[in-house]
Design a protein around this ligand. Structure first.
Ligand code: 5GP
Ligand code: ZN
Length: 139
């Protein structure tokens, strides 16, 4: 089994609340959300960070990131959406399999944190994933 938690999720060896999957990409809810609707988008091929990612894979992620951003914003009726991506420990990266974060923001929200401290309840993540899947389907 891979030591990479995201590769384990891709392989179905670890659970996740999925919002999108195709041959190359997987999107799922962050287990420690920095806010409601915090979703992650990863390539299925393991690459540690932006510097290692294949250009063609990067293009697929870029194209789909716009669809996912729209769906997450719609699903949570958010005023704004933060998209961020960390590379290397010094940048705050904690899982070393390339991923983009999608974090809905509401006007007047508290100062933004990139990482949540509390594991979300499974029922909440299941509901949030369903909302994003529905919004993706509508888009
Ligand atoms: P990074 O700090 O590397 O940019 O972000 C890693 C993200 O992955 C964090 O927001 C963290 O909450 C999330 N995360 C860590 N382990 C798991 C896991 O096992 N499942 C899911 N769904 N998210 C995880
Ligand atoms: Zn991996």
């Amino acid at each position: 089994m891979s030591h990479c938690i995201f590769c384990q999720i891709i392989a179905g060896q670890s659970p996740a609340h999925k919002v999108y999957e195709d041959e190359h990409l997987l999107a799922f809810m962050d287990l420690f959300p920095a806010g409601p609707g915090h979703a992650l988008l990863i390539p299925k091929v393991h690459a540690e960070n932006i510097f290692e990612l294949d250009e063609a894979v990067m293009a697929r992620i870029g194209a789909f990131s716009q669809k996912l951003a729209t769906a997450v914003k719609t699903a949570f009726a958010a005023d704004g959406l933060v998209v961020f991506q960390l590379n290397g420990e010094a940048a705050g990266q904690t899982v070393f399999h390339y991923h983009m974060h999608f974090l809905p923001r509401m006007a007047g929200n508290n100062p933004m944190a990139m990482h949540g401290k509390v594991m979300a309840e499974a029922a909440v993540l299941a509901d949030h994933a369903a909302r994003i899947r529905a919004a993706l389907g509508e888009g």
